[in-house]
Write a new protein. Structure first.
Length: 72
């Protein structure tokens, strides 16, 4: 696994938005402004190892389908 959690640089983000012809605001426009004004995400910064541990812990909370009755 090689660097799965490297964030985009500002330049990469600008290039991607230019290619698709959209601004960041365009992705959130469908959410009513009244809701957007109420929600403030303030997540602490984590390095790649910490993020992997956090998501692994969350994944362990899932019940695998092999432990359930399934007709699929």
């Amino acid at each position: 696994m090689t660097h799965p959690y490297l964030p985009l640089t500002d330049e990469e983000r600008k290039q991607m938005q230019k290619v698709i012809g959209a601004e960041l605001e365009d992705f959130f426009r469908v959410i009513p402004q009244a809701i957007r004004d109420k929600v403030h995400f303030e997540f602490p910064a984590h390095n790649e190892v910490e993020v992997t541990k956090i998501f692994s812990k969350w994944a362990e909370m899932n019940t695998p389908v092999s432990k359930l009755i399934s007709f699929l």
